[in-house]
Design a protein around this ligand. Structure first.
Ligand code: ADP
Ligand code: ZN
Length: 608
């Protein structure tokens, strides 16, 4: 048996490497550089942890997540790995202890923040010990056009110059082919071998629903499919975060807010509670989540449209790291498109920035409006071919949306915008154009005498929700644009293709119609228990969970640091009566067996 496999079995309690893990580990152990792209939950950590254990010296892990270093280190210590961290949260004495451990060669792994590595003090310290490898976690933070850019990551190119003989492994869960090249060039990883795992997350069910009353839709989802589950709800604004955290709490769902406007202590506390307690919902801006490796997040819900497919996939990827069924749910509507286009338009970034932001948004909109498999589309975006055209686990596969020929309504809508502008020299938002088409004599319609326009009342064949869908899809396809502070509608270069009848526009059927077809509009049963978990093991699983909760509390660590749900399920299924039997369960390594084995057996034997 190789040293690597031995460490995997003995320390982590896993029988074998997954996918490319084994090749990556071998490559780094032999001193090679590597760029690893693997989806969240794919098992990136072992790719540097095992080589750090096998190679002489300390593995230095660069991670942007200061607030999570303690948890990462706790989890490693629980399996018997000698780990510690250095960051700005520590006082002088605490740092001195860690530094001494490193210099004495008493650490397998040392976590440092990227800003720390930029300081002469830390660099001199690293010169005084032996480094087995550098692992650059969340490597996409170096990409300047990316959604998580951290300027300190740019300095990391010096690792290669200063320690040319130390292998480097960069890891990320998000990268299009372009971002991948940017990471390689900025980190001077030009010689590195690239390892790209499949980005598919088969256990996550992707759903994008039309937004009508988002708070109620969210509550429905949580009550019917995710009662008692941990999950994350993403909102665009801080105000919306506060509002929805309160709303969920008022409705009996334990929820906490997280956004950059909260003081650091509250943020840290809320994050800690989310990690440690079962069944909490975190309502957050995208400031929350990077590096949160809580394995049992059962759903990620977006109440607002993410700015890019990369962001969407990164955020939804936080669900279901343990491989159990999970939901990624997004509510999306016309207002999202208007708002995002407006934000880009009014940003003071350079033209290049705006072009880039619009490109990202276009891809996200295309995903939302898609009538084909969501998963296939996302994977294609990340440059990955999919064998099957339907995945069977996304909303469009489970209940294929109806499409309809929206060319004539699109022409009516575009004509309205055209007439307002050409005949009156006016620009209005979507609402006014729709009122005109529906022939509504509102105050504003009368005030501007829009009832005199030839298009007034020519759209009564569609309902308002359907008109909003038409506007949304025209905006998404670039046949219509949003301008200025008020988000007024304007024609684009492509509008004429539709107006002249050169282009047929197939559209998604809107909610008003879709609803009558599928009842509540929810397309699936509550997340099923995994197939290999027998119903009869459930009571023992619950007892083990209670035991785990008590131990976690006593030790002040998240429950999953003791054992993952998946491991507890396996134990409950096997119901072992000896340490030897217990040791065969995936996720039970030597150290955990020694620490917790007897206690677990007490629980399982009582049940036998
Ligand atoms: P990532 O960092 O890529 O998101 P992690 O390293 O956190 O993923 O791993 C995800 C989960 O998969 C963890 O619970 C981890 O313990 C588990 N895991 C990783 N590799 C293996 C393996 N070879 N066998 C069994 N479980 C594994
Ligand atoms: Zn699908």
């Amino acid at each position: 048996m190789s040293d690597a496999t031995d460490a995997l079995n003995r320390i982590f309690g896993y029988p074998s490497f997954r996918g490319e893990q084994g090749d990556i580990v071998d490559h780094v152990i032999n001193g090679g550089d590597a760029l690893v792209l693997m989806p969240t939950g794919g098992g990136k950590s072992l790719c540097y942890q095992i080589p750090a254990l096998v190679r002489p010296g300390t593995g230095v892990v660069i991670s942007p997540l200061i607030a999570l270093m303690q948890d990462q280190v706790d989890a490693l210590r629980t399996v018997g790995v000698r780990a510690n961290f250095l960051n700005s949260s520590q006082d002088f004495d605490e740092r001195r202890i860690v530094e001494a451990e490193f210099v004495a060669g008493e650490l397998d792994l040392l976590y440092v923040a990227p800003e720390g590595l930029g300081t002469a003090g830390v660099q001199r310290l690293l010169d005084r010990g032996k480094i087995s490898l550098f692992a650059i976690d969340e490597a996409h933070c170096v990409a300047q056009w990316g959604h998580d850019f951290r300027p300190d990551y740019l300095n990391l190119s010096m690792l290669h110059e200063r320690w040319p003989d130390v292998p480097r492994i960069a890891l990320t869960a998000t990268a299009t082919p372009a971002t991948r090249d940017e990471i390689a060039s900025r980190l001077r990883l030009t010689e590195a071998r690239h390892f790209t795992a499949s980005f598919d997350r088969p256990n996550i069910q992707y759903r994008i629903v039309p937004k009508n009353s988002p708070s109620k839709q969210l509550l429905d989802l949580l009550k019917t499919e995710h009662a008692g589950h941990s999950g994350i709800v993403y909102c665009l604004s801080r105000a919306s975060v506060e509002k929805h955290a309160q709303f969920l709490s008022d409705n009996g769902i334990p929820a906490l807010p997280y956004h950059a406007g909260l003081d650091a202590r509250t943020r840290f506390q809320n994050q800690g509670r989310f990690l440690r307690e079962d069944g909490l919902v975190m309502v957050a801006t995208i400031a929350f989540g990077m590096g949160i490796d809580k394995p049992d997040v059962r759903f990620v819900a977006h109440l607002d449209l993410p700015k890019s497919v990369e962001g969407y996939y990164q955020e939804t990827g936080r669900a279901g790291r343990d491989g159990l069924p999970s939901t990624a749910w997004l509510a999306y509507g016309l207002q999202d498109v208007v708002q995002q286009r407006k934000m880009i338009e009014s940003s003071d970034g350079a033209a290049e920035f705006r072009r880039n932001a619009n490109r990202h948004l276009d891809a996200m909109l295309a995903l939302c409006e898609s009538v084909t498999c969501r998963r296939a589309q996302v994977l294609e975006y990340f440059g990955q071919e999919t064998a099957a055209e339907t995945c069977g686990n996304c909303d469009t596969c489970l209940s294929p949306p109806e499409s309809w020929d929206g060319t004539v309504p699109a022409q009516k809508l575009l004509s309205t915008v055209f007439r307002l502008q050409k005949e009156r020299g006016q620009k209005f938002g979507a609402g006014q154009s729709i009122d005109i088409l529906l022939g509504k004599r509102t105050e504003k319609v009368s005030q501007f005498r829009h009832d005199d326009l030839s298009v007034f009342g020519i759209g009564t064949d569609l309902k308002e929700a359907e008109w909003r869908g038409v506007v949304r899809q025209l905006l998404a396809g670039g046949f219509l644009a949003v301008e200025g502070e008020y988000g007024t509608l304007a024609l684009t270069d492509r509008s004429s293709e539709v107006l002249r009848g050169e282009r047929k526009l197939m559209m998604r059927r809107e909610l008003a119609v879709a609803k009558s077809r599928s009842g509540s509009g929810s397309s699936r049963q509550p997340a099923a228990a995994p197939a290999d978990f027998p119903e009869s093991a459930a009571p023992l699983f619950e007892k083990l969970r209670t035991w785990r909760g008590a131990v976690a509390k006593e030790q002040g660590v998240p429950a999953y640091v003791i054992f993952h749900d998946a491991t507890l399920r396996a134990i409950a299924t096997l119901a072992p009566v000896s340490l030897e039997q217990l040791g065969t369960v995936t996720g039970v390594g030597q150290s955990k067996l020694a620490k917790f084995g007897d206690q677990v057996l007490e629980v399982t034997r009582a049940e036998a």
